[in-house]
Design a protein around this ligand. Structure first.
Ligand code: NAD
Length: 488
C-alpha cells in the first residue's frame, strides 16, 4: 500500500455476496482480483458469484416481496430510503475514497457521485407515497380505477463508470415502488455497491429486499437476465451486451429497460455565447475521463467560428491535469487496461497531425496505471469511426457545419440518440433543434451529461429504450392494473 492505494478500511467483505440480508461466500468459493486502476495493483478480492448464487438471491427477493417488504406501506418505504440517503451523506467521504481506489475516479468527482446517490434516495424516497393510479370515467354503474403495482423481483445489471449514481437511480426507483431487487454490479466496480448494501442493512431495510451478487457478466449477468423468477430487468451498459440481455429476457417475456451508449453532440452556432459554452464543451467530454454514456464526444461548430472554438478548446486541453485518483486532478486513469487499449486503438486510426490538442501526461505517473492523454481531434469527416462510434475515453472530435439543416443531419447521423446540447441565442432555432434532434434529452445553452436526478433520462435508437431518473422512472418500475367494478 502507498499514497495511491491507501488502506481500504472496509466495513463489509467484498469476497462475499449479499443475499437475503446475509454476507455469504459464493457457491463456487472463487474470487476475482480487484485492481486499483491508478497503479495496476491488486487491492482486494471480489466474490465471483455463480448462477446458483443468482438463484438464491432471486428466491430471497421473492421471499421479501411476498413477506415483510411487500407489506411495507409506501410512506415507510420512503422513510427508509430517506434514512439510507442520510447515511450515505454521512459516509460520503469514505464512499468517495473507495470509489476513487476502485475505479480511478478523482476524489472530488467520486464525492459528487456519493452525494448524487444520496440525492436519488431522497428524491425517490419522497416520491414513494406520491405515486398513484387514476380513476377513469366509464359507463354508468361502474367505478374504474388503476393500481400502479411493483413488478415484483427486479434484476439490475450495471456498468462501472458511475457505480454509485447507477445504484441510486436504478435500485432507488425499484425499492421506492415496492420491488425487491437483485443487483449485479460491474466486475470492475463492486466496492461501493457492496458498501451500499451494508448501509441499507444497517438502515433496517427488510432482509431480501436488496441483494447483490458480484461476478462476471457472462456468468452472473447471463444467469440474472435469463432467470425465470425475475419480473423486470434494468440494464445499463454497452449495446452489444444490451442486445444479449434483451434476447435472454425475451425467452421469459420479461420487460427490459436498456440504458446504452451514446455519441452525443454539442452544437455550437456562430451566435452562441462562447464564453459560457466553452467550459461545458470541454467538461462535457472530459468528465470521468470521457467514460460517460452521455459524454459530449462530438462538438459540432458553425464553420465561421470553428477555428476559434478549436483554438480555445485546445487551450483548455493543455491546462487539464491528469493523475492518480487520490491526487484529485481533473482526469484520472481509465478503469482498466482493456479500456485503455480500446481508446488507444481508436486514436491509432488517425494521423497524429489531426490531433489539434493533446494534454501532456506528467512524467511521474505510476507505471501500472491506465492513463490516456486527452485528445481533441479536428479535421475529421462525420463518417469516420472516431466521429460515429462510442470511444468511451478522453477524446472529442470537432465537426464543422454550415447550415442548421446540416447541423441536424450530422447530429442525427449516428446509430445513437442519447443527449444533445444546443448553443445559440436564437429562440426559434433552439426550439427547432430540440424538436428535430434524435435524443432522450436536449440541453439548450447548457449541457448536463445526463442532468439532475429529477430529469427523465434514456435513449432512442441504439442508445436504448425506457426511461430512468425523475418521476418518469416510477412508471417503468411498476405495472398498471385496471379494476372495473360494476355496482349498478
Ligand atoms: P458492459 O456492457 O460491458 O457491461 C455492463 C454490465 O453487463 C456489467 O455488469 C457486465 O458484467 C454485464 N455483462 C457483461 N456480459 C454480460 C452478459 N453476457 N449477460 C449479462 N450481463 C453481462 O458495459 P461497461 O463496459 O460496463 O460500460 C460501458 C457502457 O455502458 C458504455 O457503452 C456506456 O455508454 C454504457 N452506459 C450507459 C449509460 C446510460 O445510462 N445510458 C450509463 C453508463 C454507461
Amino acid at each position: 500500500m502507498n499514497d495511491m492505494t491507501p488502506p481500504l478500511n472496509l466495513w463489509f467483505d467484498p469476497s462475499k455476496c449479499f443475499i437475503g440480508g446475509h454476507w455469504v461466500t459464493p457457491t463456487g468459493g472463487q474470487t476475482l482480483p480487484i485492481e486499483n486502476p491508478s497503479t495496476g495493483e491488486t487491492i482486494a478480492q471480489l466474490a465471483r458469484g455463480t448462477a446458483a448464487d443468482v438463484d438464491a438471491a432471486v428466491a430471497a427477493a421473492r421471499g421479501a416481496y411476498r413477506g415483510e417488504w411487500g407489506r411495507t406501506p409506501a410512506f415507510e418505504r420512503g422513510r427508509l430510503l430517506m434514512k439510507m440517503s442520510r447515511m450515505v451523506l454521512e459516509r460520503a467521504d469514505e464512499l468517495a475514497r473507495l470509489e476513487a481506489i476502485d475505479v480511478g475516479k478523482p476524489l472530488k468527482q467520486a464525492k459528487a457521485d456519493a452525494i448524487t446517490l444520496a440525492r436519488y434516495l431522497e428524491f425517490f424516497g419522497g416520491a414513494a407515497d406520491k405515486f398513484m393510479g387514476e380513476t377513469i370515467p366509464y359507463q354508468p354503474g361502474y367505478t374504474v380505477y388503476t393500481l400502479r403495482q411493483p413488478h415484483g423481483v427486479t434484476g439490475h445489471i450495471l456498468p462501472w463508470n458511475y457505480p454509485m449514481q447507477m445504484v441510486g437511480r436504478s435500485i432507488g426507483a425499484a425499492l421506492a415502488t415496492g420491488n425487491a431487487a437483485v443487483l449485479k454490479p460491474a466486475e470492475e466496480a463492486c466496492l461501493t455497491a457492496l458498501a451500499f448494501a451494508a448501509i441499507a442493512d444497517e438502515a433496517g431495510l427488510p432482509k431480501g429486499a436488496f441483494n447483490v451478487v458480484p461476478g462476471l457478466g457472462e456468468e452472473v449477468g447471463a444467469a440474472l437476465s435469463s432467470h425465470p423468477g425475475v419480473d423486470h430487468i434494468s440494464f445499463t451498459g454497452s449495446v452489444a451486451v444490451g442486445m444479449l440481455v434483451q434476447a435472454a429476457a425475451a425467452k421469459n417475456v420479461v420487460p427490459v429497460t436498456l440504458e446504452l451508449g451514446g455519441k452525443s453532440p454539442q452544437i455550437v452556432f456562430a451566435d452562441a455565447d462562447l464564453e459560457r459554452a466553452l467550459p461545458f464543451l470541454v467538461n462535457g467530454g472530459m468528465q470521468n475521463a470521457g467514460q460517460t454514456c452521455s459524454a459530449a464526444s462530438r462538438i459540432l461548430v458553425q464553420r465561421q467560428i470553428a477555428d476559434e472554438v478549436v483554438a480555445r478548446m485546445s487551450e483548455r486541453y493543455r491546462a487539464l491535469k491528469v493523475g492518480p485518483a487520490m491526487s484529485d486532478f481533473d482526469i484520472g486513469p481509465l478503469v482498466s487496461g482493456r479500456q485503455q487499449q480500446i481508446v488507444e486503438g481508436f486514436l491509432g486510426r488517425i494521423a497524429p497531425g489531426r490531433i489539434a490538442a493533446r494534454t501532456k501526461l506528467p512524467a511521474d505517473l505510476p507505471p501500472g496505471g491506465h492513463f490516456v492523454a486527452p485528445a481533441l481531434v479536428a479535421d475529421i469527416a462525420p463518417s469516420h469511426s472516431l466521429a460515429r462510434d462510442e470511444i468511451f475515453g478522453p477524446v472529442q472530435v470537432v465537426l464543422p457545419f454550415d447550415s442548421e439543416e446540416e447541423a441536424i443531419s450530422i447530429a442525427n447521423g449516428t446509430d445513437y440518440g442519447l443527449i444533445a446540447g444546443v448553443w445559440s441565442a436564437d429562440g426559434g432555432r433552439q426550439m427547432r433543434l430540440a424538436r428535430d434532434i434524435r435524443a432522450g434529452q436536449v440541453f439548450i445553452n447548457n449541457y448536463g451529461a445526463g442532468g439532475g436526478v429529477e430529469l427523465p433520462f434514456g435513449g432512442v435508437g441504439k442508445s436504448g429504450h425506457g426511461r430512468e431518473k425523475g418521476f418518469e422512472s416510477l412508471y417503468g418500475f411498476t405495472v398498471v392494473k385496471t379494476v372495473a367494478a360494476w355496482h349498478g
